[in-house]
Design a protein around this ligand. Structure first.
Ligand code: NI
Length: 177
């Protein structure tokens, strides 16, 4: 069983800006390990700390079997445009074509406190932009056009209904099992 339950859209933790990480200690290392386990269990390509209810600026990812963690990441440069059908572990079952920059230069820190710079393209660049959004309380539904937004509202109503049926009465109703 995964160490964490992934928070689902509607949970306020997903719409808040996460705080900078100021210290890498044993607890943070444990958090990263648990986030990897939760991500692989889901399964997903990336997972940001707010998705497990932790308001810290870091995310884990695994692109092309190259796993990584980025702490206090920032996008320094971005270029081009790329359309990709995005999904999100916090919005189960919904996929939308979203346009974002095709290439990004990402700067952040690893678990040893070393600065890392990654030039990413296409899927990897998309992954980084999506996860970084989570640290700012932004979800993929915030990037939709009007038609997609209507479709998303319908799908989210169904998601809530299913969650309400699955949750015991009195529970928030938004967190899926
Ligand atoms: Ni996501």
């Amino acid at each position: 069983m995964a160490p964490y339950t992934i928070r689902i859209i509607g949970d306020p933790v997903l719409t808040q800006r996460a705080a900078e990480v100021t210290e890498v200690d044993g607890r943070l290392v444990q958090l990263v390990e648990d986030m990897f386990e939760t991500m692989y269990d889901a399964p997903g390509l990336g997972l940001a700390a707010p998705q497990v209810g932790v308001q810290k600026r870091l995310f884990v990812y695994d692109h092309d079997e190259r796993p990584g963690v980025l702490i206090n990441p920032e996008i320094r440069e971005s270029r081009g445009e790329w359309v990709f059908q995005e999904g999100c572990l916090s919005i189960p079952g919904l996929y939308f074509e979203i346009v974002r920059p095709k290439e990004v230069l990402l700067v952040g820190y690893d678990l040893d406190g070393n600065e890392v710079q990654i030039e990413a393209d296409e899927l990897e660049a998309r992954l980084f932009q999506h996860e970084l959004d989570h640290l700012d309380g932004v979800l993929m539904v915030d990037h939709l056009d009007d038609d997609q937004r209507r479709e998303a509202r319908r799908a989210l109503r169904e998601l809530r209904l299913r969650a309400a049926e699955a949750a015991p009465s009195g529970a928030g109703g938004l967190r899926l099992p």
